[in-house]
Design a protein around this ligand. Structure first.
Ligand SMILES: [Zn+2]
Length: 215
């Protein structure tokens, strides 16, 4: 990947980070974004950085072993991203947020841990699919990385209990769109609680999965 392309990706991380922040999908210095580069390394948002005010030049540049080559120190949650990438060789970008409605769903006692949100809409099925719950861990606990690794081969998105979603996509744009779809569907799910909503049938879900496979 040329330096020009890498600079373009740095700009894109900052632009999309600002977009997520300005719409209230991430608060304070929470949330992080990464992109896989052609040489096997990564761009990763820095620790304690606000996604709304990223400096493209200071985004962490990591090598294929996750070592810092340049920029600020990476987010302490980079191990979550690494765990996901290890199991998803075709994923090019990952977004992790503490977005309110997704976190709210992750705190509900009665959700199905294999499939936290029912198939309410076609776009949710197409962009997110079946969303498993990762049990609560202390932030930074390496066992959390192992738990994500165990699910990431089968799922492009996972929901960390009492914490938030980790979402992979083929491109950064795809990962952001899937994260937004997840957050909005979490909101719909909460709006419809107690209403016994009509969900897509297993046949309708299977048709979508066959026609619109995710990476
Ligand atoms: Zn987090």
């Amino acid at each position: 990947m040329s330096v020009h392309d890498e600079n373009g990706l740095r700009e894109q991380i900052a632009t999309l980070g600002e977009s997520l922040f300005s719409r209230g999908l991430t608060m304070g210095s929470s949330g992080n974004i990464s992109v896989r580069l052609d040489d096997g390394g990564w761009l990763m948002t820095p620790t304690n950085a606000c996604l709304g005010r990223l400096d493209p030049a200071r985004i962490s540049r990591l090598d294929g072993q996750g070592r810092l080559l340049s920029g600020d120190r990476p987010t302490k949650e980079s191990f979550l991203h690494m765990a996901m990438y290890e199991e998803r060789p075709r994923s090019g970008a990952i977004v992790h947020l503490h977005s309110t409605h997704s976190v709210a769903v992750s705190c509900l006692p009665q959700i199905d841990p294999c499939d936290c949100i029912p198939p309410l809409t076609a776009y949710y099925v197409m962009r997110v699919g079946k969303l498993p719950l990762v049990p609560y861990h202390l932030p930074g606990d390496p066992a959390l990385g192992d738990a994500v690794r165990g699910l990431a081969g089968q799922h492009s998105a996972v929901l960390l209990a009492n914490h938030g979603p980790v979402v992979a996509g083929k491109t950064l744009e795809a990962a952001v769109y899937a994260t937004e779809e997840l957050e909005e569907t979490a909101r719909l799910f909460l709006l419809l609680r107690g209403e016994n909503p009509r969900c897509l049938t297993p046949e309708q879900v299977a048709e979508l999965e066959a026609r619109f496979p995710r990476d």
